[in-house]
Design a protein around this ligand. Structure first.
Ligand code: SME
Length: 166
């Protein structure tokens, strides 16, 4: 077990470290991160990233059904987390005012911010068909994954607001 993380997060973090070790490209690392999450975490119907670009969020690498492409800051769970910079666990998405329905199968959701220093890079969003699927253990594990990913990448390569090249 790693830093108190329970399985499957200890294994997820172990594998993420291996994947990110020799690579600084944000698209490569975030794409592999979604594959890892999808493979190791049970009971998901969507897992992926939205990144901050042009003053709003745009969909990045993901696993699952086709998703909405752009989300304004403050809109839905992803937009709320992008604005507030802290993780949100939504046990029943149908009770969340302004929740954005991408896949009608989603009943609960967790969204974790990606923060570099004090700047938002984007958010990691996981959806489940089960109500109440996500808890504090998931938040801790996914926040650690987000921190590793943020540290592993050169965000200037991805056109993220505030991280422009040169
Ligand atoms: N449900 C999210 C939108 C993204 S999809 O779930 C992939 C939200 O309300 O922000």
């Amino acid at each position: 077990m790693k830093s108190g993380l329970t399985e499957p997060y200890a294994e997820l973090l172990r594998q993420a470290e291996g994947l990110f070790e020799d690579e600084r490209d944000p698209w490569a690392n975030s794409a592999n991160a979604t594959a890892l999450v999808w493979e190791l975490l049970p009971d998901l119907n969507w897992a992926g990233f939205y990144f901050l670009r042009g003053g709003g969020l745009i969909v990045g690498p993901f696993q699952g059904r086709i998703a909405c492409v752009r989300i304004a800051l403050g809109q839905g769970v992803c937009g709320a987390v992008a604005q507030g910079h802290s993780t949100m666990i939504v046990p029943d998405v149908h009770q969340f005012p302004g929740h954005i329905v991408c896949d009608a199968a989603s009943n609960s959701e967790i969204v974790v911010p990606l923060i570099a220093g004090d700047r938002l890079v984007g958010v990691l969003d996981l959806d489940s068909p089960s109500y109440g699927r996500f808890g504090e253990g998931d938040a801790a594990g996914l926040e650690m994954l987000a921190a590793r990913l943020v540290a592993a990448c050169d965000w200037r390569l991805a056109g993220i607001d505030g991280f422009e090249a040169g």
